[in-house]
Write a protein that binds this ligand. Structure first.
Ligand SMILES: O=C(O)CCC(=O)C(=O)O
Length: 278
């Protein structure tokens, strides 16, 4: 972990932050995985899902992603925000498009991870597929998920599920262990996305077999590399937050902020209530 003197600056909304260590295990996360999550900010859950399940997930996602790709191609510059036609697509809120995926995000694997790492009352916060196309040279910059939308509590859970095998050749995730314990860091907007650092030392690549999950905190800086392979790298990112979480949104013209609860019924539904699966 970098020394305090070399620490990147904090996000202006991150006025006080204390990392909350994993509270209770017993569902799915082992003691050593919980220790890794607390100290490094991530661990890998190998072989969480079998090949048939990943094939089915891809069948649900591919048609939606094809629509996203067409929409991007219809733009004059082939871009919407950080998505780029033929390079990287983001297909959000898939649970609103596919009853199968709506059930899938409530799978005991996700309930076990979220229950052990977040507590007894948990909602889906966000879901999206990210496809990185062959020949994409640009990396996806180092960022914390909490930089895109400031969520309170800052500490929520990201499950980066590999739908296809991923490694250094096709854009696997990388993480920067330890920085999660400082809360949300200052980010700069770049044309590729929010960025909190460049070429840090101590970065760790996280290659994954299809069906494995990189389980990390919303506060763990991560990036993905170029896709120099001939195949599309496909990931489904599923995020969970404790009941009562809210986002801080700009409040009209005045430059203030308002709180918006993360409880949209169609896409931020509970997956655990009082510790019981929904
Ligand atoms: O999957 C990728 O290539 C990058 C996506 C990512 O890091 C994110 O959505 O937070």
């Amino acid at each position: 972990m970098p020394q305090e003197s070399t620490m990147p600056e904090r996000h202006p909304l991150n006025r006080s932050f204390e990392w909350r260590s994993t509270q209770s295990l017993g569902r799915l996360v082992s003691a050593s995985q919980a220790r890794a999550f607390d100290s490094e900010g991530y661990f890998v859950l190998e072989g969480a899902f079998d090949a048939a399940t990943m094939k089915r997930a891809i069948e649900e996602i591919d048609p939606v992603e094809a629509g996203v790709e067409s929409l991007l191609r219809a733009q004059p510059d082939g871009r919407v925000f950080i998505a780029r036609a033929g390079e990287i697509t983001f297909s959000p809120h898939l649970v609103t498009r596919s009853p199968w995926l709506r059930d899938f995000v409530c799978h005991p694997v996700f309930q076990g991870l979220a229950g052990d790492l977040l507590g007894d009352d948990v909602r889906l916060y966000w879901d999206q597929a990210v496809y990185k196309k062959p020949g994409t040279e640009a990396p996806f910059p180092w960022h914390q998920d909490n930089a895109y939308t400031f969520v309170v509590p800052q500490q929520y859970l990201t499950c980066w599920l590999a739908l296809t095998d991923t490694d250094l050749d096709n854009g696997c995730p990388w993480v920067l262990p330890g920085l999660h314990r400082h809360g949300t860091l200052l980010h700069q907007m770049t044309e590729l996305g929010w960025s909190c650092c460049e070429d840090p030392e101590d970065a760790v690549p996280v290659p994954l077999r299809a069906g494995s999950i990189a389980v990390f905190s919303s506060l763990t800086p991560h990036r993905t590399g170029p896709n120099r392979s001939a195949e599309v790298r496909k990931a489904y990112i599923v995020q969970f937050a404790p009941e009562g979480a809210h986002v801080l949104m700009p409040d009209g013209e005045g430059g203030g902020l308002r709180e918006q609860r993360c409880d949209a019924p169609e896409r931020q539904f509970p997956i655990l209530v009082d510790g019981r699966p929904v």
